[in-house]
Design a protein around this ligand. Sequence first.
Ligand SMILES: Cc1cc2nc3c(=O)[nH]c(=O)nc-3n(C[C@H](O)[C@H](O)[C@H](O)COP(=O)(O)O)c2cc1C
Length: 492
Amino acid sequence: MSSKKIAVETPNEGMRLVYDDLREWLAEAELFNEVKVVRGASWQEEIGLATELVSHSDTAPAVLFEDIPGIRKGFRVLANIFGGKRKNMTLGFRSDLDKVQLSDAFANAWDTDRIIPPVYVESGPIFDNVRTGADVNLEIFPTPIWHAGDGGRYLGTGSYNVTQDPDSGEFNLGTYRIMLHDDKHVTYNAAPGKHGRLHHDKYVERGEKMPVVLVLGGDPLTFLLGGTEVPDGVSEFDVAGGMRGKPLELVRGRVTGLPFPANAEIVLEGFVHPDTLVPEGPFGDWTGTYTEKGRKRPLCEISAIYYRNDPILLGFVPQSLPDEYSRYRAITRSALLKQNMTAAGVPDVKAVWAHECGGSRLLYGVSIKQRFDGHAVQAGHIASQCYVGAYGGRWVIVVDDDIDVTDLHELIWAALTRADPVQDIDFIRGAWNSPADPRVDPADRARGKVTSSRMIINACRPYSWRNEFPAPVKASAEAAQRARQKFGWLLE
Ligand SMILES: Cc1cc2nc3c(=O)[nH]c(=O)nc-3n(C[C@H](O)[C@H](O)[C@H](O)COP(=O)(O)O)c2cc1C
């Protein structure tokens, strides 16, 4: 494990993780009264239906599915972890923070310089059950069909892949959905440019199959880091340790030697065969649309499976928007995007919100305190193209700091009243995009072109006459407070 960062001994500022693994997380969520148990739901349809129902509401509970027909008793599925008070607990913060305060707290605590490298241990509960070679059977797990239009069963949604850069030796954790093919095979879907895909491409260049470990269900924080834009060259294992204030305990796979947490729930170990392409998807994805038909991904052959007694498969499944997935991404991506912009030298970025209605990628609202002519254009272009914002974006709206960027009405109102379409909208063409984008032209897709364009709306008051710009018809904070005090009863 290599890391360029400096190890620390204390957790990141303001964080207090109260759980080490998924079972301790469940016990904590139960203390908030935010877990409900469903018995007898089918993996064919009902787990997906129930998950869809709860994942649109921030106040709905997490759901633990037990006694799944046709599946060995004790094997469970957990869905909708990121909602209610438990979402703050999951990230290690007080439960009374609202989503914007939570995002700010995460931003303050997020520091990939404060890392604690993992330690290696000989064994752990993940080795309660070990199956290798001919004994591998992926069909023992309760893998749901999550959406009616999915092209198959998805084993990995609340999961991450561990791969190793064959040049640098660095480990990467990346969340890429995993489709079940048969008792010994899966495919997964790492988009071009993702770290796990870059590793894969290096193995392809070498003409070698790539070793991989797939962690399905485990400590929610480490899983969420697998789905977060941790910079290249920084291991998510190290960052997870830094956030906890203590190292993760890792074991090594018996076939590949790749590391994974000793307290994970289910781990698959195997090799990706670059030349054997098999159908993947469609899958209901983060855009709120299904991925296209006919996609093919390299086959991954599983050589060993490890699981705890009574394992819990974690589901984290995109739905029509907004959903659980976009709630999580809004909190963390808004925080990281603001950091990236500031690190790139954009001054006075006041607030950033990655809107849930756009899967927390397609619409970024950015507010600045304008300091110079051109500041808003700089902010918009950098938000659109920095590491955290570059992938799969669509619109960036830059506004003055009197606008609440988390409020869609205010954000769009500012764009409608302060931006002149011809003068204040820039376009960027050929930008890094997600293959999940439903607007990619099928003919372009067929020849491997999935880039897209960006629209950057400068919705700040024009700098040179900003002081003459008509004032908004809005009570001052002081007047609004007086109105509430005297006339608040009218709204009761
Ligand atoms: C639940 C979940 C599922 C995801 N599925 C995919 C996927 O199938 N393919 C993909 O390229 N990215 C997917 N992502 C986004 C990546 O995990 C994310 O961009 C992450 O930063 C990738 O890690 P990397 O930067 O180390 O490559 C998913 C994220 C989450 C949280």
